[in-house]
Design a protein around this ligand. Structure first.
Ligand SMILES: [Zn+2]
Length: 112
């Protein structure tokens, strides 16, 4: 599992089911996530890369980065913890999260 894969998704296995979900890998992993069958739990392929992910998955990443940044105010930290397991945000919640992301610039630029 050490070879670098630049394009996804990479097919690994198949099954007869159609429902899948993506399990995110920890930040810094070579791959973004695993696509797993909901019915039989087989890993079907490596997940889509971040430019293709849904808003819901992107939110999960942002929230994790914000909570991991140690720069939030008490209120902001409480807010992020509150929405951490509710990734289907209402529009005003999404705006708040987007504002925090902009404020703390949680993209990867700081690592460049
Ligand atoms: Zn299956």
């Amino acid at each position: 599992m050490t070879q670098a894969i630049l394009e996804g998704p990479i097919s690994i296995d198949t099954c007869a089911h159609t429902r899948t979900h993506v399990e995110l890998l920890p930040p810094g992993s070579e791959r973004y996530g695993r696509v797993v069958c909901v019915d039989c739990a087989k890993q079907l392929c490596w997940g889509p890369f971040p430019q293709n992910v849904s808003r819901k998955q992107q939110n999960a990443i942002y929230i994790r980065q914000l909570l991991g940044s140690n720069r939030l105010t008490d209120w902001e930290r409480g807010y992020c913890e509150g929405i951490q397991h509710n990734h289907r945000l209402a529009p005003h919640q999404q705006r708040l999260l987007d504002g925090l992301v902009a404020k703390y610039n949680t993209e990867r630029q700081r690592q460049l």
